[in-house]
Each structure stands twice: as structure tokens, then as C-alpha cells.
Design a binder for this molecule. Structure first.
Ligand code: SF4
Length: 1009
């Protein structure tokens, strides 16, 4: 056997050399079925298959025989083929491949079982995390890495014991249980009759194929004698077991060629190791000329690669086209907004001025969440984007949810809540104001929302009847199919067809823009839903709609998004997703300190990365940082290597407010390579005006609406004329009828009316309502931002202090375990916040200890729900629902309400007396809503973020007496009456700086001069 190593940087023609080798051997008379090209992934295999077929068709098409064995396979596909052949030889049914989502479902079921049994097998500090979706994913990842390394459950337990890692011992026990369940499912299974052989996960395939070849020498000999020319592409992505399978096969081949680039080995977190490229070979070919990258880009890549330990190739020359040596530009923005504008402007100029098709532009960002955020901003700035789906499991995506809610109503019946979901979802499309009008109209017929959708059609005004009839039609179609016991796919199809969503979303998708992108995402989710339904029916005996809903519920992973070559859109993707693709222009955005390089240890609470280190023989004393840093550098090289002619690299340098963002250390290095040795990194730039229709419209509008004397008359007239032209061409925002503040008021009806209306309030919304009714209106009807990290941190702290029986050290250890799973953008911020939260836990424990002489705990997270004030004097009745952080009893037997606050600045003592949240809690106590008594003993705000001599700073509200109770009742009713509108006051208050309405708030609008 002759072994050849082919090493080279991005675009140096490694794959082409392999294709050439295949074509030459086949042209020289080698049977095509004796050639096998293996790749690291299915997607790469598809690309290679196309390229090799084109190469062969170019020369030997006439003589090419019909092939029974594919020339190109991913390594997993080859391993699967080996298992199938072995099964055929033994007369067994073919092996079954279990999907990642299905594995995830089984793992979650088993974890649920562990939780109900007390989770005694798991280390104490991990128990609170067992129910989290992220934990199941981390566990699946750990089991996959073990399968790839050939570590069985007993082996994992042994390693856990010898390394003092109880979480690996527990995971090993879990793995044994998982294996048994998979075997059981296979023999009697949920998916009978097909499931009569053990189902294998992708990570187990290679190990199983190796075992099969080891115990079946005839099969091994047959494979070895068949494959005479073995070619392996991207060998740096193979894990040790995959490399072993290649070696086993190569031992029988005449020639084995392994091509790859150790400098682009970026799957270390999945256990990949470029050892095959480092092993001795009979011949080594080093390719140093990139046929893809322009000289400027190749030079920058070589410069970054020089920083790697033991670099895999010393130089990289580029390929110039018509004297165009390409460009590498490094720019730093002074804010995140400025960076987005910079990227959007660069992309739009490349498309509009340089005439590059959108599909030849790409943006690479380090993380999937950053990709999602940047995609939205770019879409708003007029860049059509093609981004991966990041919205969680299929069942949670709005497009699929719309159809699933109909199926749920069909099998479980329609209640008020489901009816509201259907009416306000994509099928009904009823907005909150119309929903109130609909409820009021139905009340006149003594009907609720559910009756309107199922009983005889009520007489409604035409604007309200439309949505009701739409939903009724879809429900009837689903019910008809279900009654006739049709296949669940048929019922799903009926829902889809009657909903009319297909036409609607297709039309919107064609129009593009933000709505178009959303419509495309919805269509993608529905396609994934139908795929799942197809798969479920194919694998299940006696499929049903209920079974389909349960199956989808159990799938916790997002569907695999096919990010194949796009149409007219810019790809926004992670460096890993970009690996086998290239574009004329690539933007690498968000090169921030702490984010890229990200040297936070991987593997989460289970320490998967540490396990791989232990398996590689790295002891605790070896720094985990150095290999991570090298991998991040390789990832940057891989991302840079996707660009053919132009490369733009951006970062943010801002210390405004709390959100400090510093450029990555790579920025200065890249700037030096980009600017032929320029020593200084670039200075931060403000947001440039984006070359987009909306920016031009904005500038023209500013001129037209400028105050008298601010612009010359002819300038204003010219701007007005241009706006009229744009309006005539249908450019959004150019017609004054679309301008904010100029449209007619859509309705002046109150949100509710009638003496029998009960206003539902929670103590926190009462606070918002008292502070600013306009903010309450916006937030109550969906106008809140995404759940911020701060609010997650607040929930973590509240959850920890809810169990006050634990010592401070236990709380801190639990906090530290949870920390790794929180989505911090940078390690230094995570470390600061961890310290702050440790001191908050200490403050809480000190406060708790100091307050025991006067307070006795009754409960934590105590639920309350009930009416605190009846309708009177034209004011509405008020129902309160919520949870009290802590309920305590004082020495006089009265109930004291305690609310734990994580804010750093306490309210004043005077403000605490008028604190609406505490007032409403006390009112709830005196209204008898709690089982433990009805004598309020006051309320306390405990600011654990502001330590004091007693542990935490306390603010008190005195106990409500009869007069104060009556005053609070009236205050609450007056506030509740304000929820009717139709006018809502914008009241400036201390919370304005955190208000989502602030940019468009009338109370903060500049005074007209
Ligand atoms: S910015 Fe202030 S005044 Fe304006 S809506 Fe928000 S809370 Fe109310």
C-alpha cells in the first residue's frame, strides 16, 4: 500500500487533486467501484459527489459503467453501509438510524424518570439542572463523544471515579440505562414493526462498523479487496474512531490519499483530531497556492496561521484576477448599531455599486444567536438575508405552532384559552383591540370565544365575523378528517390547506424584507413539520393525531436547517456552517474580546471538553486555554478562507454605559496583516449612512419636516419632489400617509366597559400601571423586549433563595454550577456577575439569619389569586394573581410579605410606604386570599444587591389598618379603571430609562422650537 498525504491551506486544490487522482485511475482502467472517496460530513459528500461526477463526465462519460456502489460517501454513510451489508449477510433486518431529536426525546424521558425518583444517582449540585432542555442536550453530546471514542458506559464510570468527577460516573450509569432502553425500544418498541434491530445514533455508527469488521473477517476482506484507491478529504475533521476505520480500510488498498488542512481543524469540541494528517506517509504533497483567495486575502490568512503552534503550511500564495489582488479591510465601530450599519452599507454597496449578486456575499459571525440578531438588523437595513433557523424545536416555531394548535383543539377539545390562541394566531389574526371588541360582541349573545368557533355562527359585525369564520372553517376541516380516522398527515394537510396560510406566506416571502424573511421562516417550519409527520407515520404502527402531537412535543432540538446555496440573499452563518462554501465577498463581524477567541471551557456542567482532554492524556495541570485559543485561531483561518476577492472584518469598541465591548486581540493582528504592517489597530468609527432606500427616505423626510428656517426653501422643495417620486415608485415610508402621527386613529372605543368587568392585575403590573399607564398598555399587549440576561439572572437568584434551608456554601456551589449554562457574551462579565451574585447570596443568608428573631417563615413563592376589591362608585372590581417571594409571620401572629429585590438602588423609605406591589400584597392578605391568616403585618423590600449591617438593605411598608386598606382599595380600583382607556397617559418616572417605548414616547419627544 502507498500512502500519500496532501496538505494545503484554503482553496489550494486538495479536493481537486483527489478528484484528479480518481479520474486518472479510472481512465487508466481501474474499476470505478474500486474507488472510494470519504468525506467528513454528508453535506461535504454531496458537494464532492457533484464535483467528481462532473470531472468524470468530462472525460470518461462514454465508458463509465453503471455503479452499484457510490464513489463518494461521508464516513458515517460508509459505516452505515458496512452495517447494512453485515445485516444482509446474517439475514437480519437492516440497521435503523435514530435521529438526534429522537435521541433527545428518549434522554428527556429518562431524566424525567430520574427526577421523579429523587435524582439520587446524580451529584447534588446537578439535580436542579436535570429538567433543563440544555442539560439533556449536553448529556447527549457527552454520550456522543464517548461513542466516538469507543468509551462504553462502564468505561465512563471508571474514568469518572479515577478522575474524581462524580458527574461522569452518573452519566455512565445513565448511559447504561439509555442503552438498555434503546435495545428495548428496538425489540418491542414504540416504533414497531420496523424497529426490530437496535437503533443507532450517528455517533455510534463508526464504532459499530469497526466492531462488525473486527468480528466478520470475510466482510473485512471483501471491503478491502473492493476498495483499491481510497481517498479521504478534509481528514482534519475525523475523530479517532473515524480515523481508525479509515486505517482499517486503507490497509487493503493499493493507494490511500489523505487530504486536509490541520490549520483548519475546527471540530475539536466534537472530538476531531487531525492525527491522520500527521502520521508518516510514503509521500507528502504540500500545496501552497490558493486558487480561491486573492493575494491580499491569502497573505492575511498566512499571517494569522503563523501564530499557530506547529503550523501545518508555511506559506500561502494567492491567485490574482486581472491584476486585482483583492482586499482585506479591518474596521472598528463605536457601537453595535454602528457595526450593523457598517456591514449593511458595505454589503449594499458591493451589490449596488460593484454589481455583486447577493448570493455572492456572506456574513460570518461566531455564534448562532449573533447570526440571528445580525440577520434581523441587516434585513431592516435592506439587505436580503438567508439565515439559519434558530427558533428552537419545530413545535415552538410560530409557523408550525399555528397548525399544531388546530390539531390540539381537534383532539383535546376547544376551551377559551385555545380559542383565543387560534383567533390571535396566524389563522385568525385578531389584534388585542379587536379581541376585546369580539368578546364584548359575543357577551351580548351570552357566548364565549370557544362557542363562537364551535356552535352555530353568531351574528357579528363583518370585521369580526371574518376571523371567526376563518378559524371555524379550519377547525371543521380538521374535525372532519379526524372523525373519519384519516392518517394524521391527511388531517394536518387539511388544516394547512384550509388555513390559506400557504398563499399568504408565499406572497409575503416574494415581497422580501423583514416580513418576507419571517414568512420564509414560517414556511420552513411547516415543511419541517410535514417531514416530521411523514417520518412519524412511517415509523409508527397505528399512528394518530394525538401520537403525532406527543411525538412533536418530545422533539426538543431545532430541525436541521438546510443552508444550501441561496437564491438572491446574503448568507449569515457561523464559521462551522460556512466550511465547505465560498463567496466573492465575506464579512467577518463581531470579532469581540471574549467572544472570538472564546476560551471559556466547553462542555457545560458535565465537563465534556475536560473528558476529551482526559482521554487525550492531558492532566488537570495542563492549561485548557491554549488548545482552545489555537482552535479559535484555526476557526478564524477557516472563516477567512471562505472569501475569494474581498474580506471585511469588523468589531465594536465601546465603553458606553454598562455594556463595555472591546475588540478581539485578533483585530490588531489582522489590521497589521491587512495594512502591510500598519502597527495601530483602526480607531472606532460612528455609524455610516447606509446606502439604502429607508436611509434616503429618512434623510429626505428630515429635510421636508425640518423646522422653519433650518433648511433652504429650494432644498425642502427638492426633497419633497424626490419623496413624491419615491412614493410613486412604491418605496415604503416615502408616502406621508404612512408617517407616524399622520394616520387617523383606528378606534376611540375603550378597551373594556360595563360594570361587571373585572380587571385582572398582578402586583408587578399594578406598579407599572401606577408609574405609567402608557407603558402598561404597551407591555400588556406584547410590547416587551426579549427576555434579557438580567431578568434570567434575577430568576436564578430568586429560585436559589426560595430554599432558605440551605447553607450559603450550598447556594454558592449551586450558583456556580448553573453559571456555565448562562449565555454570557464575555468571560470577564460572567466573572463579575458571579462575584456580585455570590455577595447577594451572602447578603440574603445574613438577612435571613438576622431576621429570624422577629419573623418565622410560612412559605416561599406563595401563590395568590382572588378579588381584592368589588365594583363600587363606578370603579371596577379588581382580581389579583401572582406569587409572593416570602411569606412570614411576626411576633403578633400577623402575615408579613417579603419581596426580594436584586436592584442595586433601593427606593426611598417614603416611596416604600407607597409601594404599589407591597400595598397590593397586603390588600390580598386582608382580603383573606391566603390560607394562613388575614391580618397584614406590613411588607418588606429586601435589597440583596445593597448589603447593610443586617445583611441586606430593607425598606418597610407599615401594616395596613382599616383606613389604609380602604385607601389602597380605592387606589387599586382607580388604577384598574385606567386600563379601559381609550386614552393612556405617558407619565415620566424613574423607570423611563429601561422602558421599551422610550424611543417613541410622546413624553420624551423634543419640544417643537
Ligand atoms: S418612557 Fe417613561 S413616560 Fe414614556 S412610556 Fe415609558 S415609562 Fe412612560
Amino acid at each position: 500500500m502507498t500512502t500519500v498525504r496532501v496538505l494545503g491551506g484554503p482553496g489550494t486544490g486538495k479536493s481537486s487533486l483527489l478528484f484528479e487522482a480518481a479520474a486518472t485511475h479510472i481512465a487508466g482502467g481501474l474499476d470505478p467501484e474500486s474507488v472510494l472517496l470519504l468525506t467528513g460530513s454528508g453535506r461535504m459528500a454531496a458537494t464532492a459527489r457533484g464535483a467528481l461526477t462532473a470531472r468524470l463526465l468530462g472525460e470518461t462519460a462514454a465508458d463509465l459503467p453503471v455503479l452499484r456502489e457510490p464513489l463518494v460517501r461521508s464516513l458515517h454513510s460508509y459505516a452505515f453501509a458496512v452495517l447494512r451489508k453485515a445485516a444482509e449477510r446474517a439475514g437480519d433486518p437492516p440497521p435503523r438510524l435514530v435521529t438526534g431529536a429522537e435521541q433527545d426525546g428518549v434522554i428527556r424521558e429518562l431524566l424525567d424518570g430520574d427526577i421523579s425518583d429523587g435524582a439520587g444517582a446524580w451529584p447534588r449540585e446537578l439535580r436542579p439542572a436535570l429538567s433543563a432542555a440544555g442539560f439533556a442536550t449536553q448529556l447527549r453530546d457527552l454520550l456522543a463523544r464517548c461513542a466516538e471514542r469507543g468509551i462504553d458506559p462502564a468505561g465512563l464510570q471508571r474514568i469518572g471515579r479515577t478522575s474524581g468527577r462524580p458527574q461522569w460516573v452518573a452519566a455512565g450509569r445513565f448511559a447504561a440505562q439509555y442503552e438498555q432502553v434503546m435495545l428495548l425500544r428496538a425489540s418491542v418498541g414504540t416504533a414497531a414493526p420496523q424497529a426490530t434491530v437496535p437503533a443507532l445514533g450517528a455517533a455510534e455508527l463508526v464504532g459499530a462498523a469497526l466492531e462488525t469488521l473486527a468480528v466478520d473477517p470475510e466482510l473485512l476482506a471483501a471491503e478491502r479487496s473492493r476498495v483499491r484507491l481510497l481517498l479521504v478529504d478534509d481528514a482534519q475533521h475525523l475523530d479517532p474512531q473515524a480515523a481508525e476505520l479509515v486505517r482499517v480500510l486503507a490497509a487493503g488498498a493499493d493507494v490511500a490519499m489523505f487530504a486536509g488542512d490541520p490549520n483548519q481543524a475546527v471540530f475539536g469540541f466534537r472530538g476531531a483530531d487531525p492525527e491522520l494528517l500527521r502520521a508518516d506517509a510514503d509521500q507528502t504533497i504540500r500545496l501552497t497556492r490558493s486558487h480561491r483567495c486573492a493575494p491580499a486575502i491569502a497573505r492575511a490568512i498566512a499571517g494569522v496561521a503563523a501564530g499557530l503552534p506547529g503550523a501545518g503550511w508555511p506559506t500561502l500564495d494567492g491567485h490574482a484576477d486581472d491584476d486585482d489582488i483583492g482586499s482585506v479591510t479591518v474596521r472598528v465601530a463605536e457601537s453595535a448599531h454602528a457595526e450593523t450599519a457598517m456591514v449593511a452599507d458595505a454589503l449594499r454597496r458591493a451589490h449596488l455599486v460593484d454589481r455583486l449578486p447577493w448570493s455572492q456575499l456572506a456574513v460570518i459571525v461566531r455564534s448562532a444567536s449573533a447570526a440571528a440578531a445580525l440577520s434581523r438588523s441587516l434585513a431592516v437595513a435592506g439587505v436580503p438575508v438567508q439565515a439559519p433557523t434558530t427558533g428552537g424545536p419545530v413545535g415552538a416555531q410560530p409557523g408550525a405552532r399555528a397548525l399544531l394548535s388546530v390539531l390540539e383543539a381537534t383532539v383535546a377539545g376547544l376551551d377559551g384559552e385555545r380559542a383565543q390562541t387560534l383567533l390571535t394566531g396566524p389563522i385568525g389574526r385578531v389584534d388585542p383591540v379587536s379581541l376585546r371588541q369580539l368578546r364584548r360582541a359575543l357577551r351580548r349573545h351570552d357566548a364565549g370565544l370557544a362557542e363562537a368557533l364551535t356552535g352555530s355562527p353568531p351574528a357579528l359585525p363583518v370585521t369580526l365575523a371574518g376571523p371567526v369564520n376563518r378559524v371555524r372553517a379550519v377547525l371543521s376541516a380538521a374535525a372532519r378528517s379526524h372523525r373519519r380516522h384519516r392518517d394524521p398527515r391527511h388531517t394536518l394537510w387539511q388544516v394547512w390547506e384550509r388555513s390559506g396560510l400557504q398563499r399568504r406566506w408565499l406572497r409575503t416571502a416574494e415581497r422580501g424584507g423583514v416580513d418576507g424573511a419571517l414568512a420564509e421562516r414560517n414556511l420552513g417550519a411547516v415543511t419541517a413539520l410535514f417531514d416530521i409527520a411523514e417520518d412519524y407515520v412511517a415509523r409508527t404502527a397505528g399512528p394518530s393525531v394525538r401520537g403525532l402531537l406527543d411525538h412533536i412535543d418530545a422533539l426538543q432540538l431545532p430541525p436541521v436547517a438546510d443552508i444550501g446555496p441561496a437564491g438572491a440573499a446574503v448568507a449569515v452563518l457561523s464559521p462551522h456552517a460556512a466550511l465547505d462554501r465560498d463567496w466573492e465577498m465575506v464579512v467577518i463581524a463581531g470579532l469581540q474580546d471574549g467572544l472570538w477567541p472564546n476560551t471559556t471551557p466547553r462542555g457545560g456542567v458535565l465537563g465534556t471538553q475536560r473528558l476529551l482532554d482526559v482521554l487525550d492524556g492531558l492532566g488537570d495541570e495542563v492549561s485548557a486555554r491554549a488548545p482552545l485559543l489555537a482552535e479559535e485561531r484555526r476557526l478564524l483561518i477557516a472563516a477567512m478562507g471562505r472569501a475569494r476577492r474581498r474580506l471585511l472584518i469588523t468589531a465594536v469598541d465601546s465603553d458606553a454605559g454598562d455594556a463595555v465591548s472591546l475588540p478581539s486581540p485578533f483585530i490588531a493582528e489582522l489590521a497589521a496583516h491587512a495594512g502591510r504592517g500598519r502597527p495601530e489597530p483602526p480607531s472606532p468609527e460612528p455609524a455610516p449612512p447606509v446606502l439604502s432606500a429607508s436611509a434616503v427616505v429618512g434623510r429626505l423626510r428630515a429635510a421636508v419636516c425640518a423646522p422653519d428656517g433650518a433648511v433652504a426653501d429650494d432644498e425642502r422643495a427638492c426633497a419633497a419632489e424626490q419623496l413624491a417620486r419615491l412614493a410613486g415608485a412604491g418605496v415604503p415610508g416615502s408616502d406621508p400617509s404612512q408617517w407616524y402621527g399622520l394616520a387617523d386613529v383606528s378606534t376611540d372605543e375603550p378597551l373594556w366597559s360595563g360594570v361587571d368587568h373585572i380587571v385582572d392585575l398582578s402586583p408587578s403590573t399594578l406598579q407599572t400601571l401606577s408609574d405609567c399607564p402608557l407603558r402598561w398598555l404597551a407591555e400588556r399587549h406584547g410590547g416587551t423586549g426579549a427576555r434579557a440576561l438580567n431578568s434570567t439572572l434575577g430568576s436564578v437568584l430568586h429560585a436559589l433563595v426560595a430554599d432558605s434551608g440551605r447553607a450559603e456554601s450550598q447556594l454558592v456551589s449551586e450558583l456556580e454550577n448553573l453559571w456555565a449554562a448562562l449565555p454570557f457574551d464575555s468571560p470577564w462579565y460572567a466573572a463579575n456577575e458571579l462575584e456580585r451574585h455570590r455577595s447577594m447570596l451572602a447578603a440574603f443568608v445574613a438577612w435571613h439569619t438576622a431576621s429570624r428573631h422577629e419573623l418565622t417563615e410560612i412559605g416561599t413563592e406563595v401563590a395568590l389569586d382572588g378579588v381584592v376589591a368589588g365594583a363600587a362608585d363606578g370603579l371596577p372590581a379588581v382580581r389579583v394573581s401572582g406569587r409572593i417571594d416570602r411569606l412570614e409571620r411576626d411576633a403578633q401572629g400577623r402575615l408579613v410579605v417579603v419581596d426580594v429585590k436584586t436592584a442595586k438602588s433601593p427606593v426611598s423609605k417614603d416611596d416604600a410606604q407607597h409601594h404599589a406591589q407591597l400595598g397590593l400584597y397586603q390588600l390580598a392578605v386582608s382580603a383573606g386570599l391566603l390560607n394562613d391568616g388575614d391580618r397584614p403585618g406590613g411588607g418588606r423590600l429586601v435589597y440583596v444587591g445593597k448589603p447593610s449591617a443586617t445583611g441586606a438593605t430593607e425598606r418597610e411598608q407599615t401594616a395596613l389598618g382599616p383606613d389604609a386598606t380602604a385607601d389602597w382599595q380605592q387606589a387599586v380600583q382607580v388604577a384598574a379603571a385606567a386600563t379601559a382607556g381609550p386614552q393612556f397617559v405617558a407619565r415620566v418616572n424613574d423607570g423611563c430609562s429601561h422602558c421599551p417605548l422610550r424611543p417613541s414616547c410622546p413624553a420624551h419627544a423634543p419640544e417643537p422650537s
